[in-house]
Design a protein around this ligand. Structure first.
Ligand code: SAH
Length: 359
């Protein structure tokens, strides 16, 4: 056997198994059995791969560990949303949210422990970045939900996956952990892997511009969301420090290029904060800005309250509807989203690094 480094099993793309086995002097035909065990039987322990010889399972344990996170807490909101707190192998924790709905089962995954971006209304960044997740730690969030929530009723034909949709909208900025995030998404999308359709996978970025062209060049059909939250630089820079590096014009140009290159329509997220970005003037300016794009959609999200900024409040419903109305009249396709899971702090922007004392 060669001295090849060990690789977490949930970071290996289906096509990579054969060469990796061969490089270790192992029989490449085992790749199909491995893939079946991982992504049809959904094992979380190599000993459960009973189609494989015992000795081979021991080799897999050493060379391709399954890094199963520990479920440290499970909070169920009144609306059925469940937030999981997962313990990683180095003692760090991440949160992931599963959102069951009629005929749909969406999961929101994190890409980093904490976040460096410092958007003022977001709890994830309130303590800065601890570290980026590795690809298998992103995939492991899905595996954990699969283990906890898959049932004969909700398993999908073919792979037996219970999820129907994945949103990369948890903690962290995916474009600042680009390689691991893309590897995880390619794995989850792979036919011989979990086989989750690319159009059912949505990545959300706060506007890290170099990520757009990179993603377009991948040639995947992933959906892209962009957190905009303000129609101009003056306001956006106050809410999102990332805007000082990549201002609105540059961001929207990158969005237009992305749409031209991929044919995919970008969705802009706009969190409504009372008295800050919810005025009629903001809505009108947003319409003027967005009308210049080839096409786009807008998701309005009323602010979810966050502990670290009690001064930031949710606008009342009349204000939300008035903002929506301006966008609709401006012929911008817009949805007013109800955030889910608020009573367990699982809504947009409420995921955060939790310390041992739970604070
Ligand atoms: N870093 C990526 C992924 C996070 S997605 C991004 O910024 O897009 C989470 C979404 O929730 C983002 O649009 C974010 O701006 C939004 N959000 C953050 N804090 C929020 C809050 N308190 N209320 C509502 N939405 C919030």
């Amino acid at each position: 056997m060669t001295e090849a480094e060990s690789r977490p099993a949930w970071s290996v793309l289906p096509d990579e198994w054969k060469p990796l086995l061969a490089a270790r002097g192992l029989r490449p035909f085992r790749a199909d059995q491995i893939l079946h065990s991982l992504y049809r039987d959904w094992i979380t322990d190599w000993d459960a791969a009973t189609t494989l010889p015992k000795e081979f399972r021991e080799t897999l344990k050493a060379e391709f560990p399954l890094r199963v996170p520990e479920v440290l807490a499970q909070d169920r909101a009144e609306d059925g949303t469940v937030k999981l707190l997962l313990g990683l192998s180095d003692g760090n924790t991440v949160e992931t949210v599963v959102i069951p709905a009629k005929g749909r089962f969406t999961q929101c995954v994190s890409t980093q422990v904490g976040c460096a971006m410092g958007c003022v209304f977001c709890a994830s960044g309130s303590r800065g970045l601890v570290r980026s997740l590795e690809a298998d730690e992103i995939v492991a969030q899905v595996m954990t939900a699969q283990r906890l929530f898959a049932s004969p009723e909700n398993r999908r034909q073919g792979s037996g996956l219970c999820l129907t949709n994945l949103v990369v909208m948890g903690m962290g900025e995916p474009f600042l952990n680009y390689d691991a995030t893309l590897r995880a998404l390619k794995l989850l999308n792979a036919g011989k892997g979990p086989n989750l359709g690319a159009r059912h996978i949505t990545l959300s970025t706060c506007g890290v511009v170099p990520g757009f062209a990179k993603l377009a060049a991948e040639g995947y059909q992933f959906e892209l969301s962009v957190s905009l939250h303000a129609p101009n630089d003056e306001l956006r820079s106050r809410l999102m420090p990332v805007n000082r590096r990549w201002p609105v014009d540059e961001l929207l140009a990158a969005c237009a290029d992305y749409t031209r290159a991929t044919g995919r329509v970008i969705t802009f997220e706009y969190t409504l904060v009372k008295g800050v970005n919810d005025s009629r003037a903001c809505a009108e300016e947003l319409v003027r800005r967005l009308r210049r794009l080839p096409s786009c959609k807008v998701n309005l999200i009323p602010l979810s309250p966050v502990d670290h900024r009690p001064d930031l409040e949710t606008p009342d419903e009349a204000t939300q509807l008035a903002f929506l109305d301006v966008l609709m009249k401006g012929r911008i396709q817009t949805m007013l989203r109800r955030s889910r899971g608020k009573d367990v702090a699982a809504a947009c922007g409420q995921l955060r690094v939790r310390m041992e004392n739970g604070k």
